[in-house]
Design a protein around this ligand. Structure first.
Ligand code: ADP
Ligand code: MG
Length: 237
């Protein structure tokens, strides 16, 4: 069998690689799901219907994770609208709350009183927060101590809405913090190394930036800055 090596004069971008990976995983998953469905009547007959449901749920969960991590690279348009930062975070912080309970980590969100608005694609910003909070939980797990705490703080400066994720986890040394945003850089056994690079790209596309401060053995803060918007402002920028 001949192996064809495609050489092109442009290196594949991270997006193209991710879209490819997502596609390659989804295809067999769809097949697996289909065959399980086919087997369901036989399994019900022998009293194993429950396992079918668990299998389906796990497959759907895996599909969800693929979307969470790789979905933002689908080349579909990502409409932005003016959203309240408080609402955006409040709508999905229950996800973190339940994970925090499972992990025995203290989790809190600090909401300011006055509404803060940004113009953004909610799904993408959620994905960024999801990545940062996940890293925070994992940093605590790696430190392996019992007083883990993750805090999300919302604030503003004259031009930016700021969402900061604090953790008192393992922190980063000099080398790690220099490399952390590189695509595929990871220090974790089962890491993908794509969380921060995707996050940075999404935030920069929104005209913002991410600032990470870390101290080895002490903890990390990751701050997302996004341009503020007036609620009534419907301009395209
Ligand atoms: P992954 O989580 O799959 O390793 P990321 O891009 O999310 O990929 O992070 C890259 C690396 O940056 C991590 O492997 C870790 O070494 C470091 N890192 C990121 N966030 C934190 C954090 N909150 N605390 C300590 N290290 C972190
Ligand atoms: Mg990560």
């Amino acid at each position: 069998k001949t192996i064809v090596v495609h050489t092109s004069n442009h290196e594949r971008t991270a997006e193209e690689v991710f879209a490819g990976i997502a596609h390659e995983i989804r295809n067999p998953l769809t097949a697996i799901r289909g065959f399980i469905q086919l087997l369901k009547p036989d399994l019900i007959e022998i009293g194993k219907a429950k396992y079918v449901d668990i299998l389906m749920e796990e497959i759907d969960r895996t599909n969800g994770l693929i979307s969470e991590y790789l979905g933002c690279v689908k080349p579909s348009p990502k409409p932005r609208k003016i959203v309240s930062v408080q609402k955006l975070i409040a709508d999905f912080s229950f996800l973190f709350e339940s994970e925090a309970i499972i992990r025995n980590v203290k989790f809190s969100v600090n909401f300011p009183n006055e509404e803060i608005h940004i113009k953004a694609n909610e799904t993408q910003i959620r994905q960024v927060l999801f990545n940062l909070v996940r890293n925070a939980f994992e940093a605590i797990e790696e430190k392996g101590f019992s007083d883990g705490e993750v805090k999300v703080e919302i604030s503003t400066d004259p031009q930016f809405a700021c969402m900061t994720v604090y953790d008192n986890g393992i922190g980063m040394d000099e080398v790690t913090s220099q490399k952390m945003s590189k695509t595929f850089f990871t220090t974790k056994e089962n890491g993908t190394g794509i969380g921060l690079s995707i996050s940075r790209k999404i935030i920069e596309e929104h005209g913002g930036r991410i600032e990470v401060k870390s101290q080895s053995g002490v903890g990390t803060s990751a701050a997302i800055f996004l341009p503020l918007k007036e609620e009534k402002d419907n301009s395209q920028n």
